[in-house]
Design a protein around this ligand. Structure first.
Ligand SMILES: Nc1ncnc2c1ncn2[C@@H]1O[C@H](COP(=O)(O)OP(=O)(O)O)[C@@H](O)[C@H]1O
Ligand SMILES: [Mg+2]
Length: 240
């Protein structure tokens, strides 16, 4: 699992996304390069999910440009995204993964081996035959991660991967994210959990009202935020 040259860096060049009269992302300039996870933080509605969709290539900018490894229109074969509430197919955990392997065009002869590898990676080997929709919230989230990894992505986008999970389930998901990152897969994730951002981020992008208010290495951004918005948000005060 290694990032091919073609996916990274992902460059946002003055990207604006509008929906009718509403500006959802406002002239975003950003480079997502290989390395430790990039974590998007910011209050609800600040544009985190939209930024992930644009970076995945699911949503085109209204203005500006996005490139993957310097190219536009790179098909998302080596990118994967896990949405905030992943939908499980009404079949077993293993069958959910096989479906993803098939969708990724992985040859059938590899399905059994890859399925058990992926289930082991996310700690669900013992639940391979369990109906996916009967798994706990944390287990479903781990299965969603395994499914996303089926296509052997160079970049993995995660939208609030631990929202509404308890601490034990959160830790299991965070451990997988670390393991994924150590396999040289670039993780770009949104969270509104600042503790999680501190635990996982190599660098941080803070959004507010569709604008990047601050970005930088996690250690310096958390210790010495440069903007009033970041100071307010990091202090746990309401940023409106
Ligand atoms: N398709 C859309 N049409 C209109 N407004 C939208 C649409 N998608 C998102 N928004 C608005 O854009 C803002 C940013 O949304 P989102 O990217 O989901 O933020 P976040 O993930 O940080 O909570 C929100 O105010 C949301 O209501
Ligand atoms: Mg969101």
């Amino acid at each position: 699992m290694r990032a091919p040259a073609s996916e990274l860096p992902i460059e946002f060049d003055d990207v604006t996304v509008t929906a009718g009269p509403v500006t959802i992302l406002d002239r975003v300039a950003l480079t997502l390069a290989s390395g430790a996870p990039t974590v998007l933080i910011g209050p609800n509605g600040s544009g985190k999910s939209t930024l992930l969709r644009v970076a995945m290539g699911l949503l085109a900018p209204s203005r500006g440009r996005i490139t993957w490894g310097g190219l536009e229109n790179v098909p998302p074969l080596k990118r994967a995204i896990v949405f905030q509430r992943p939908a499980m197919l009404r079949r077993s955990a293993a069958a959910n993964i096989r479906f993803a392997l098939r969708a990724a065009g992985i040859s059938r002869s590899e399905h059994a081996r890859r399925t058990s590898e992926l289930l082991e990676l996310v700690g669900l080997g013992h639940l391979a035959d369990r109906a996916a929709r009967k798994l706990s919230g944390g287990e479903q989230q781990r299965l969603a991660l395994a499914r996303a990894l089926a296509r052997d992505p160079a970049v993995l986008f995660l939208d609030e991967p631990t929202a509404s999970l308890d601490p034990t389930a959160t830790k299991a998901v965070e451990d997988i994210i670390r393991a994924v990152s150590q396999r040289n897969i670039k993780v770009v994730m949104a969270t509104h959990d600042l503790g999680e951002a501190r635990r996982l981020a190599g660098d941080v992008v803070m959004l507010h009202r569709g604008c990047i208010v601050e970005t930088g290495a996690a250690a310096s951004l958390f210790d010495t935020p440069q903007t009033a918005e970041a100071r307010t948000f990091l202090a746990g005060e309401l940023l409106v």
